[in-house]
Design a binder for this molecule. Structure first.
Ligand SMILES: NC(=O)c1ccc[n+]([C@@H]2O[C@H](COP(=O)([O-])OP(=O)(O)OC[C@H]3O[C@@H](n4cnc5c(N)ncnc54)[C@H](OP(=O)(O)O)[C@@H]3O)[C@@H](O)[C@H]2O)c1
Length: 259
């Protein structure tokens, strides 16, 4: 992490998968990181606790997520929460606003969830507050949910579109580094080291868990409502590629679970 002196950073969604790691990483590097979420009395949708927690803060990091991926609730969540956060951040004189979004969001707009993420990004870009948006590919931790979302009975019908998944730990590293760096005023893409077809990621995950569901490769099978082409989920050539490989990460997770 490139330290620029000790910063006070509020991590919205700081109790979540990415947020809890970002809070730890920033703290380990000498920054004052505050986890903010409904569990800590900060609700960005109702506005409860938002003004208070942003007082005296240098950087806001938003790694929260909508409790529902359905179109209407996700749009309500990201537009209301982001609007409340930006208003409070401007009043507090925050010097850097960082948010986590998804590689290919602008190619996934057939999905209500991704339209909501796009709306979040647009609000941030239009706010006038110096900002950085980190675009990550899908997390290794998310493969199970991808499989479940494509399951019908005992069958998983899934696309063979290429993806370059990444460990959540490395997403958190990228977010934390971005938070202590200069605002990029745009998008920074991060990904893992390997590209494989989506159906292959799912097969490897199922094998690791002795999951007997049948995987059927179907190029037309929608991914959260979107029919993918080979490049929809891939980052661009300038993406920062991290090094953790999925089989190594899986082996470690299975070994940890067995302890
Ligand atoms: N999954 C992927 O593969 C992927 C890929 C790229 C980017 N992303 C993005 O990564 C971000 C974080 O994902 P994640 O998996 O780390 O999320 P997560 O583990 O589900 O955590 C969500 C966090 O949001 C908080 N939250 C929910 N409602 C809130 C509210 N009203 N006010 C304030 N905080 C609220 C939760 O707080 P409580 O604990 O108090 O409920 C929790 O801390 C998302 O924006 C997602 O779009 C995901």
């Amino acid at each position: 992490m490139t330290a620029t002196g000790s910063l006070k950073v509020v991590v919205i969604g700081g109790t979540g998968l990415i947020g809890s790691k970002v809070v730890s990483m920033l703290g380990e590097h000498g920054h004052q990181a505050i986890a903010a979420s409904p569990a800590t009395g900060v609700n960005t949708v109702t506005g409860e606790g938002v003004t208070e927690v942003l007082t005296g803060v240098d950087v806001v990091v938003d790694v929260s997520n909508s409790p529902s991926f359905d179109a209407g609730p996700a749009m309500d969540f990201f537009t209301t929460a982001t609007g409340n956060l930006l208003t409070a951040a401007e009043s507090a004189g925050v010097s850097h606003y960082v948010a986590l979004s998804v590689v290919g969001t602008d190619r996934l707009l057939a999905s209500g969830y991704f339209r909501a993420k796009q709306a979040q990004e647009t609000l941030i870009g239009d706010s006038g507050i110096p900002f950085s948006i980190v675009h990550a590919t899908q997390f290794f931790e998310f493969v199970g949910r991808i499989a479940d979302s494509a399951t019908d009975g005992d069958t998983i019908r899934i696309s063979s579109a290429l993806c370059q998944l990444i460990a959540a730990n490395e997403v958190a590293t990228a977010v934390a580094r971005t938070a202590v760096g200069q605002p990029v005023g745009g998008v920074r893409e991060v990904a893992g080291p390997d590209q494989f077809p989506l159906d292959e990621w799912v097969r490897v995950e199922l094998r690791a868990h002795d999951d007997t569901r049948r995987v059927v490769t179907d190029p037309q099978a929608p991914y959260f409502g979107v029919v993918l082409d080979d490049y929809t989920l891939l980052p661009g050539d300038d993406a920062l590629a991290f090094s953790t490989r999925y089989p190594d990460w899986l082996a470690n997770r299975v070994a940890t679970a067995a302890r």
